[in-house]
Design a protein around this ligand. Structure first.
Ligand SMILES: Nc1ncnc2c1ncn2[C@@H]1O[C@H](COP(=O)(O)OP(=O)(O)OP(=O)(O)O)[C@@H](O)[C@H]1O
Ligand SMILES: [Mg+2]
Length: 287
């Protein structure tokens, strides 16, 4: 199983964000943190069903539990992220936000998790896919919309659909980091070269600041040789870009969305919850 890898730009040390600004006034000088906008992370992989939505919801929930202010932004017309956290999908959401039919205050909703809110999506967003094709600066709509409230959050997590179309491109342009969930199976790796090509194209022309913030494995089953091979091969190539925490296959993770709550509120002690909690801690340490 060979992937057409080429050099890629990955994440930089977190401390590069920690520059401090010196302000001087009336003879006193003081050091204050600069205006810190949210770290914006898009969960992307054009392969369907690899754990994009599950990871956005549950990493988000554990970031919030750790005291971070988290905004989940559903940018997939399937609206799975919205229903996973009990959002009312009849309300205006990300489509109305980017088309300026509604403002930020009108689209953002509470979730059951303190510190975590959501901008929902529904099938209306499919329209954006088509409408944006004709628009000027069509890849920048989400970035422009997010710019207005980026300063209100520690993390903005964008869930994207299983394609490399206009919605995912908008996500890649809006984000500082892409997180790539990989299911531990042969076909999961097949799409990786195409995804990396798209990332390089975006880095070259649309968003030079985009970094591969992390790759992580989902639905891991230690009993299968193939799962182990996939983990070894991807880790050997991407090295420290790969998060250490591997998310196992765990039925509780697939049950939680039908209860419309993240895993920390459905079954906080299951292996799926523990794993996402560890992964969220790695995220905090990295971005
Ligand atoms: N670690 C896991 N263990 C068991 N089931 C899981 C796990 N992660 C995700 N699932 C289930 O697998 C299915 C696909 O997951 P999810 O919806 O997160 O993938 P996705 O990449 O967002 O899919 P899509 O591309 O359709 O948006 C869902 O039914 C989800 O509940
Ligand atoms: Mg999804």
């Amino acid at each position: 199983m060979q992937i057409n890898y080429q050099p890629i730009r990955t994440y930089e040390a977190k401390n590069t964000n920690l520059r401090r600004t010196r302000l001087t006034g009336r003879g006193n000088s003081c050091i204050i943190p600069p205006y810190m906008a949210a770290q914006t992370i898009v969960f992307a992989n054009q392969k369907g069903g690899v754990g994009k939505t599950t990871s956005a919801v549950n990493i988000g929930a554990f970031l919030a539990e750790a005291g971070k202010k988290v905004l989940l932004l559903d940018f997939d017309p399937q609206g799975n992220l919205s229903s996973s956290v009990g959002a009312e999908r009849e309300q205006p959401g990300s489509y109305e936000l980017i088309t300026e039919q509604s403002n930020y205050q009108q689209v953002v909703q509470e979730t059951t998790v303190d510190n975590m809110m959501v901008i929902p999506a529904d099938i209306n967003l499919t329209g954006a896919n088509i409408e944006l094709i004709e628009a000027e600066e069509r890849e920048h709509y989400l970035k422009k919309a997010i710019a207005k409230f980026k300063g209100d959050w520690d993390y903005i997590l964008i869930d994207s659909p299983p394609s490399l179309g206009m919605l995912t491109l908008n996500g890649l342009v809006a984000a500082d980091h892409i997180f790539i969930p990989l299911q531990c199976e042969y076909f999961a790796m097949e799409g990786l070269s195409q995804l990396l090509k798209t990332i390089r194209m975006v880095q070259r022309s649309l968003n030079p600041d985009l970094k591969i913030g992390g790759i992580f494995f989902t639905m891991y089953d230690s009993r299968t040789n193939l799962a182990n091979e996939v983990v070894q091969e991807v880790t050997a190539y991407f090295k420290e870009v790969v998060f250490k925490t591997i998310i196992p296959r765990n039925v509780r993770l697939s049950e939680a969305p039908s209860h419309r709550v993240p895993i920390n509120q459905y079954n906080a002690t299951c292996i799926g919850a523990k794993s996402y909690q560890k992964l969220a801690q790695e995220v905090i340490n990295r971005v």
